[in-house]
Design a protein around this ligand. Structure first.
Ligand SMILES: *Cc1c(COP(=O)(O)O)cnc(C)c1O
Ligand SMILES: [Zn+2]
Length: 418
């Protein structure tokens, strides 16, 4: 291991055991590992914004807390802390107040618009860090197990770098999904066999490919930056709650890790940590089920179909860690049925102008339920993380509007506006 590289030690949130990256990704106790960044977090401060400062682009603003270098710029951070390539375009997304979505006696709603990432989802944050690590460590191959946003994101982030991407998709992947991935020219392998087992099969220590899967340490590190940006934007205030859709539990884990680091840095007092509310689709809700049952571990479920296709992981590898995150922050894990998800998706578009995936709309559906149950008060600020764009699926059902002959247009417009 190159001794300039910082942050190669991994630690288990549950049992405290440590291991070295990249040899291991999961703890012997069965739980996923994340980078031990506590020392770096101890010295972390918000950096001064504006021109003339050494502000790095996008997620690299938080390079001090990422496993790719140090604030002195030694080692690999030099190669990633520049404005080069698509990895420099990940993150730094808008956080907007959306008063048009506030309901009577509901909380004040903020939207974190992750659809503005280069490939339209927050996955770019983790892919940027994963690919940068591979490049800085002379690894020729990065990979992922996905046929959705993560596949697109890893392929895009590898494009234009010295690393090549290999994407493992299920055998029955649709042509539309393949085309969306293939435009970035990764190697794509269709895998026959259990897709859930495949996740674990790719984490072997001597793999020639560095797999940046849903909740692997590099991905979780990069995805911490969503919450770091939210908290920095609110600073010195703090949002009362953050709501995000959850599938593998990688993003939820990363959000929790970020909040812990900010506490460690003294930037967040113990009594002001935002509550994490995690939302699943009712047809596939293993983490919400464990929460309802008061269970300590998340176990796999028999999943049904849901419109929220990006969050349909029936056996989430970071499920227990996500459950712990919700509980430790005083939040909860809930699930919402498809009709409420589609209503929320429509409401986000019609009343606020945001076009998101059904998976992302679970946040607003969740907020409505939480506020109905009195868990979110009218005086509270809540951030809904809009994880992914709806622009990729505009060809789904829906009625076509009327046809108006060109000659009749002005008459029709007068009727319309009359
Ligand atoms: C991946 C994804 C999620 C779920 O994130 P996890 O880290 O797997 O829990 C939510 N929304 C969208 C749009 C996604 O692509
Ligand atoms: Zn452990």
């Amino acid at each position: 291991m190159n001794d300039q590289q910082s942050g190669t030690t991994l630690v288990c949130y549950r049992c405290g055991a440590t291991a070295e990256f990249p040899d291991r990704k999961r703890c012997e106790c069965g739980e996923p590992l994340w980078f031990d960044t506590d020392d770096a977090a101890g010295d972390f401060e918000w950096s001064a914004p504006g021109p003339g400062t050494d502000a790095r682009p996008g997620v690299w603003r938080y390079a001090d807390l990422l496993p790719v270098g140090t604030s002195e710029g030694v080692g690999p951070v030099d190669s990633v802390g520049t404005s080069e390539g698509v990895g420099a375009a990940a993150g730094d997304t808008p956080l907007v107040r959306a008063p048009s979505l506030d309901a009577d006696a509901g909380p004040r709603i903020w939207l974190k618009d992750e659809t503005e990432n280069p490939t339209g989802s927050f996955k770019d944050r983790g892919s940027a860090v994963g690919v940068a690590w591979a490049a800085a460590n002379d690894r020729e191959w990065v990979g992922t197990v996905s046929h959705g946003n993560m596949a697109i994101s890893v392929a895009a982030n590898a494009a234009g770098t010295d690393a090549r991407a290999v994407v493992l998709v299920p055998e029955d992947v649709s042509a539309e999904r393949l085309a969306a991935i293939a435009q970035y020219d990764p190697d794509v392998l269709r895998i026959a066999g259990d897709y859930g087992d495949l996740y674990y099969a790719t984490l072997e220590a001597d793999s020639p490919v560095e797999f940046v899967n849903s909740d692997t340490p590099l991905r979780v590190a990069g995805q911490k930056t969503t919450a770091l940006e939210i908290c920095e934007a609110f600073s010195p205030e703090v949002p009362d709650a953050i709501v995000l859709p959850v599938s593998s539990g990688g993003h939820a884990s990363a959000t929790w890790k970020a909040l812990r680091e900010l506490q460690h840095a003294g930037l967040l007092a113990a009594n002001e940590v935002p509550r994490l509310y995690l939302v699943q689709a009712a047809a596939c809700d293993p983490i919400a089920e464990a929460h309802r049952d008061g269970a300590d571990e998340v176990t796999s479920v028999e999943a049904g179909e849901t419109v929220a296709y990006s969050i349909a992981n029936a056996d989430p590898p970071s499920g227990t860690r996500a459950l712990t995150a919700a509980r430790e922050t005083g939040g909860a894990v809930l699930s919402v049925p498809d009709d409420e998800i589609l209503d929320a998706k429509a409401e986000l578009a019609r009343n606020a102008g945001f076009c998101v995936e059904p998976a992302s709309a679970t946040t607003l559906a969740g907020i409505r339920r939480l506020s109905g149950a009195g868990e979110l008060g009218a005086d509270e600020s809540v951030v809904a993380v809009l994880t992914g764009t709806g622009f990729r699926e505009l060809d789904v059902e829906g009625e076509k509007p009327e046809v108006v002959p060109l000659e009749g247009l002005s008459a029709r417009l007068r009727v319309l506006t009359g």
